[in-house]
Design a protein around this ligand. Structure first.
Ligand code: ADP
Length: 504
């Protein structure tokens, strides 16, 4: 009797394994931190072997801890940090370079050149993405251009390339299964989101031979199985972390929106079966869709530094010992005393798409102290998300004729456990904020996709009934106050971008 689904959640900062039961309750969980490598300013890497080893030990630890027999696990679903890319040798199974992480800005020059050469429009039309170092395509090109012999080996068919889902599944199945899903493929800048195929012209542009790339599948079907503690577990779900969270929050219909507050913040609005082109700097991307269903799409806004600004307060400034202390200290003061912090450590994402912007603190006075800075850091997460929400409202207004279609958002992710931050979001965006009762929405999404593929879960309708309601936050400030606060934020953004201009 199969009683559980295993979710493998390989996030930016940690690899988790979580067991879910039939009622979508968490039965056991194990988590291992991933080491971040910063070889130069703006560069971010991870060791692919470290990613896999941590994911594998999270699996065995989770199962051992739970007391569940691996035979009782119906299937596993994989969800992962998106865009991060790995190139490895087909014969030895060894990576030829570290994983280049989504946050890494090393390919800004390549993007600028492509922009100058007039490729932006084709890329946007075909992939739904913006020309930005964030996506995998230019990262792969960088590896070919900079690692000796890489291009020759690629052309000789000796290398494989994949996002983290592909790498983990290839390793788990000992090289037998080489696949990705449409949500991950849609973030590589190599995939045509309208057809779900690798795009020949883009492959040529980035110099990637088709044979290096995995097969693109749906997000919910059986891809193969892996041996785990003496049992074989089918792998039956794959989705990039943000699309998995959208699925885990049961946002299945057009107009439903979620925001995940993790390392970055990612706001996704479901747009049904339509791939909608944004006029506001949002990305068009693919929603996790089961095999046999018409492809579903989302509009997405990305904030590069979300919860990571709190990590920065902890690790670089030493202002707090733990992320959750940020709430305690920020509550000690009524407001930020006019201080604004713009954490544009690696540029600004939606709606600005400014690769050159860098972090800024403005409005300092002699009385501004530690607690004000901490509060301003928390506010910056909510302000950046508000920028995305208002861009999304404007797009929705163009499409559906009424921007107020977004009157509530579902939230999840590590930093969403911060009540003060959730209240700030509700206040700044004048929106109802509904926190998931299960904070692990991303893992739940992977479990749901795998569970649906093997009949462990029956339907989307059934899943909706399993996902409970969490805490709700309603706006508590008036329109005048909101206008004043948002006005300050806009000036802070201007100041931040002005500094980047002088720097050039
Ligand atoms: P990811 O999946 O991107 O690795 P998580 O969803 O685990 O991220 O969230 C971790 C991030 O959230 C970290 O950057 C951390 O600084 C931040 N964070 C965690 N708890 C809190 C909190 N209570 N308040 C504010 N930020 C938090």
């Amino acid at each position: 009797m199969k009683k559980y689904i295993l979710a493998l959640d390989e996030g930016t900062t940690s690899a988790r394994a979580i067991l879910f039961d039939k009622k979508a309750n968490i039965v056991a969980m194990a988590q291992h931190e991933i080491t971040q490598i910063y070889p130069r300013a703006g560069w971010v890497e991870q060791d692919p072997m470290d990613i896999y080893a941590n994911q594998y030990s999270a699996i065995t630890e989770c199962i051992a801890k739970s007391g569940v027999s691996p035979e009782e696990i119906a299937a596993a679903g994989v969800t992962n940090q998106r865009e991060t890319v790995i190139v490895w040798d087909k014969n030895t199974g060894k990576p030829i370079y570290n994983a280049i992480v989504w946050q890494c800005r090393r390919t800004a020059d390549i993007c600028e050149k492509l922009e100058k050469d007039g490729y932006a429009e084709y890329i946007h039309k075909t992939t739904g993405l913006r020309l930005d170092p964030y996506f995998s395509g230019t990262k792969i090109k960088w590896i070919f251009d900079n690692i000796e012999g890489a291009r020759e080996k690629a052309e000789a068919g000796e290398l494989m390339v994949g996002t983290v889902d592909t790498w983990i599944i290839w390793k788990l199945t000992e090289g037998k299964v080489f696949v990705t899903d449409r949500t991950n493929a849609s973030r590589t800048m190599l995939c045509n989101i309208h057809t779900g195929e690798w795009d020949e012209q883009l492959l040529k542009l980035f110099g990637v031979p088709r044979s290096m790339l995995p097969e693109i599948k749906s997000s919910s079907e059986i891809y193969g199985s892996f041996e785990c503690m003496g049992a074989y577990i089918p792998i039956a779900g794959i989705a990039g972390d943000q699309q998995a969270a959208l699925f885990g929050q049961c946002c299945f219909n057009a107009g439903e929106v979620k925001n995940t507050y993790g390392t970055g913040c990612f706001l996704l609005a479901h747009t049904g079966n339509k791939a909608i082109k944004s006029s506001q700097g949002l990305l068009t991307t693919v929603a996790a869709t089961e095999a046999g269903r018409a492809t579903e799409y989302v509009l997405e806004g990305s904030v590069f530094v979300g919860g990571a600004v709190i990590r920065w307060l902890r690790d670089e400034l030493g202002l707090i010992k733990e992320a959750k202390e940020s709430e305690h200290f920020a509550k000690k003061v009524e407001d930020t005393r006019g201080v604004y912090l713009v954490p544009a450590f690696g540029g600004l994402g939606t709606p600005y798409w400014d690769m050159h912007a860098r972090g800024t603190v403005v409005g300092l006075t002699g009385g501004a102290g530690k607690n004000h800075i901490i509060r301003a850091a928390l506010e910056s997460i909510a302000y950046q998300s508000e920028d995305v929400i208002s861009a999304m409202k404007a797009d929705m207004e163009d499409i559906y004729g009424f921007g107020e279609i977004i009157s509530s958002i579902k939230v999840d992710g590590g930093a969403s456990s911060n009540d003060l931050l959730m209240q700030m979001q509700s206040d700044f965006s004048n929106i109802k904020v509904c926190r998931a009762s299960n904070p692990e929405a991303t893992a739940a999404g992977a479990a749901f996709l795998a569970g649906l593929a093997v009949g462990f879960y029956e339907s989307r309708e059934q899943l909706k009934g399993l996902v409970g309601e969490g805490k709700v936050f309603m706006p508590q400030i008036d329109a005048k106050k909101r206008k004043e606060l948002l006005g300050g934020w806009r000036r802070a953004i201007k100041a931040c971008r002005a500094f980047a201009e002088i720097e050039e």
